[in-house]
Ligand binder design. Structure first.
Ligand code: HEM
Length: 223
C-alpha cells in the first residue's frame, strides 16, 4: 500500500534550490566586472550552504544523512546493472548513482569556492584563475550529468523527482516517511542566507571589506 510520504526535509530542499540558484547566478556573473561583488557573494553563499549540508549530512533527517545514501562502487555498479536489466532498483532517497554525482557536486563546490576566495584575496594570480575556471566547468559538466540522471530516473521509476525536491513528498510505504520537515531549521537557514545578503549589501562589500578599504585610502588621500 503506497502513501504520500515526506522524504526531503525543508533544510535539504532550501539547501538544494539556493545552491542551484547560487551556481547559476555565479556562472552568469563570472565574466562581468560590474557584477563582481554579486559573483563573490554568490560564492560565499554556496560555501556556507555546503558547510551547512556537510553538518546536515551527519545530523539531519533519515534521507539527508550521508550514511543513508553514500554507497561504494559495488552498489553503484549493481544499481546501474539493474537499469540495464530493465528492472531498476528503487530507492526512497537518493539512488547510489545519483548519490555519486551529489558527492562530486559537493566536493567541486568546495573547490570552486575555495579557489575563488583565494583568487579574490589576491593569492595565486593566474594559476588560480585557470584553476577556478577549470573546476567551474567540471562542475557544470557534473550538473549536466546530475540533471540528466534526475530526468532518466524520474522516467524509469515513474516518479516526479523535481516535484519531490520542491514539496518534499514521494509515494511509498507509510513507515518509510520521515516524521517532520524540520521547518524551524529550514526557516533559520533561509533567514541566515537573507541576512548575509542584506548585511553584505548594507556594508558595500562586507565579504572582504574591500570597498571599505578603498574608501579609507581615498579618505587618506583627500586628507
Ligand atoms: C534545474 C536544475 C536542477 C534540477 C531540476 C535538480 C533536481 C534535483 C533533484 C530532483 C534532486 C533529488 C534527486 C534524488 O531524488 O535523488 C537533486 C539533488 C541534488 N542536487 Fe540538484 N537539480 C538541479 C540543479 C542542481 C545544481 C545546479 C546543483 C549544484 C550546484 C545541484 C546539486 C544537487 C545536490 C547537492 C543534491 C542532493 C540534495 C541533498 O541531498 O542535499 N542540483 N537535484
Amino acid at each position: 500500500m503506497k502513501d504520500r510520504i515526506l522524504v526531503w526535509d525543508l533544510p535539504t530542499r532550501i539547501f538544494h534550490w539556493t545552491l542551484a540558484a547560487s551556481f547559476a547566478g555565479a556562472f552568469l556573473t563570472a565574466e562581468s566586472e560590474r557584477w563582481r561583488d554579486v559573483h563573490v557573494m554568490l560564492g560565499f553563499t554556496a560555501l556556507g550552504l555546503v558547510a551547512f549540508r556537510l553538518c546536515w549530512g551527519l545530523i539531519g533527517t533519515r534521507y539527508a544523512r550521508f550514511s543513508e545514501f553514500v554507497r561504494g562502487p559495488a552498489e553503484v555498479t549493481r544499481y546501474l546493472g539493474s537499469l540495464l536489466s530493465r528492472q531498476p532498483r528503487h530507492y526512497v532517497g537518493h539512488n547510489p548513482a545519483g548519490a555519486l554525482a551529489i558527492v562530486a557536486l559537493l566536493a567541486l563546490a568546495v573547490l570552486v569556492c575555495a579557489s575563488g576566495w583565494l583568487l579574490y584575496a589576491d593569492v595565486g594570480g593566474e594559476v588560480f584563475e585557470e584553476l577556478h575556471e577549470g573546476i567551474s566547468f567540471a562542475m557544470l559538466a557534473v550538473v549536466g550529468v546530475h540533471v540528466a540522471g534526475v530526468v532518466v530516473s524520474s522516467v524509469l521509476h515513474r516518479e516526479n523527482l523535481v516535484r519531490a525536491m520542491i514539496d518534499g513528498h514521494k509515494e511509498g510505504p507509510r513507515e518509510a516517511g520521515i516524521a517532520g520537515s524540520r521547518a524551524l531549521i529550514g526557516v533559520t537557514l533561509a533567514a541566515a542566507i537573507a541576512g548575509f545578503w542584506v548585511w553584505s549589501m548594507a556594508a558595500g562589500d562586507a565579504t572582504t571589506g574591500a570597498q571599505k578599504t578603498e574608501h579609507a585610502s581615498v579618505q587618506r588621500y583627500d586628507d
